[in-house]
Ligand binder design. Sequence first.
Ligand SMILES: [Mn+2]
Length: 245
Amino acid sequence: MNFAVTGAFSPIFGPHPASRTRLPLFMSRIIVIGDVHGCYAELLDLLDKLEPAKDDRLIFLGDLVNRGPDSHGVVSLVRSLPNTVCLMGNHELRLLEYRKDRDPKILKDYDWETVRQLDEQDWRYIQDLPNTQNLPDIQTVCVHGGFLPSIPWFRQGAEIVTRIQVIDADGKPRKRTEAPQGRYWADEWEGPPFVVYGHTPRPDVYRRPWSLGLDTGCVYGGFLTAAILPEREIVQVPAHSRYVA
Ligand SMILES: [Mn+2]
């Protein structure tokens, strides 16, 4: 007798077909991928190495675009992948703010190349990106930047969760450059849930008891990194070039 799997097992992509049994479920993987930043060639390398299977789910942590050579290539590839979700990054958020207000002062110099590259389908895809991906079965939440430990994670808006790197002396979310003395939010985060995030580039993945940082600075000549959950196995490919100093 088959035991049909219900939607409760698949919070992202809805119910599995009723013909599926329980057995193959633990065979499929949840693959989380860090900041791509237009590094299309490296994304192809990483997908080659991961060889995603039909039932695997992919979660991109945001910042698909900007700084690297091919933002359009990355967005159009990601939106074509099955079983895939991408989260909102601060770079996508800024482009969307420009798209809404048409105020050129919102954009950084390197944003203009991305604005030139993206087509209408790319824009439509970007504007619907969610801020977080909750994986309650494994008590894990994915997000681009992170969370303030002082507020329940699900109450925190895009301005916080796409941009936070450190917490300043007043308890406010900041970029590292804005508050050099600030503490990493991840060092203060005691969960649950476990949080998988990008946005803060480091030479290697940043493992804390309740979080895992996956931005290893591909666009700066580092690595593009994926983590397979819940085992937290790391898969990396090196950058082809140092695109940004
Ligand atoms: Mn970012």
